[in-house]
Design a protein around this ligand. Structure first.
Ligand code: DGL
Length: 263
């Protein structure tokens, strides 16, 4: 395995980011780490979130000799990046909610941020809004329920559209024209969101911007990789349900192990 890119999230959300990165850098090897033991992150206290994430990511990236780490989780990125960058000597890329492009795109000058309760309350997020959307009204919506609905969908379990309607009706009622998907789980629910919000609301996520950032930090090694084959493997902090394990194997991932290994 060539030095892999380590992509990290609490659950399936980071897969939406990983697929954007793979489409720009198809020749790379990727390892995905799910901290599914502690999902959903939006409900965790700051210190619990920071210490758990930093410990897991530092240990696995050193074990793998990773080339770069992507914290494909907005909730973790609001807190853990400074400490990770202090402890690792490889590039660490985080996810920032797409407030800036959303404010630029909005004609109504009224946008929404749909994210986890943790992301919604963090100073980091409020700083982004002050800096990048000073003349725009920003409506904040926090939901861990949507995170768990995205997990269900990826496990092959149907998700009730009535739940989507209940969660998103307050969003629709505001009259905003751009909604930032500030949680990496949410792009997986775009079709279900569209069914409630219609086509008048633009849905913006950060996946493509993260992929461009990763590409700018790493050379494309497609040529070497075609002779080596590319690898997509995953580690989990607790065993995955079979539904999700099946989905991942259909997507071409091989299950590597529990992390940290159980002795
Ligand atoms: N996917 C994550 C995010 O972008 C976290 C979801 C969660 O665990 O609550 O915020």
């Amino acid at each position: 395995m060539f030095r892999p890119i380590l992509v990290f999230d609490s659950g399936v959300g980071g897969l939406s980011v990983l697929s954007e990165i793979r489409s720009l850098l198809p020749g790379r090897d990727y390892i995905y780490l799910f901290d599914n033991a502690r999902l959903p992150y939006g409900e965790l206290a700051d210190q619990v979130l920071i210490s758990g994430c930093v410990d897991l990511i530092v240990r696995l990236s050193q074990q793998l000799d990773a080339a770069l780490v992507v914290v494909a989780c907005n909730t973790a990125s609001t807190l853990v990046l400074p400490e990770l960058r202090r402890q690792l000597d490889i590039p660490v890329v985080g996810v920032v909610p797409a407030i800036k492009p959303a404010a630029a795109l909005s004609k109504a000058k009224e946008i929404g941020l749909l994210a986890t309760p943790g992301t919604i309350k963090r100073d980091y997020t409020h700083g982004l809004i002050r800096e990048f959307a000073p003349d725009t009204r920003v409506h904040l919506f926090g939901s861990s329920e949507l995170v768990m609905l995205a997990e269900r969908k990826m496990a092959g379990i149907p998700i009730p559209q009535a739940d989507m309607a209940r969660i998103l009706t307050p969003v629709k009622q505001t009259g905003l024209d751009v909604l930032v998907l500030g949680c990496t789980h949410f792009p997986m629910l775009k079709a279900e969101m569209r069914a409630v919000l219609g086509d008048e609301v633009s849905l913006l996520d950060s996946g493509k911007a993260i992929a461009r950032r990763v590409k700018s930090l790493l050379p494309d090694i497609a040529a070497e990789a075609t002779t080596m084959g590319t690898l997509c493997g995953f580690y989990t902090t607790v065993l995955l349900d079979t539904g999700l394990a099946d989905t991942l194997s259909t997507l071409g991932f091989s299950e590597l192990n529990r992390f940290p290994p159980k002795h």
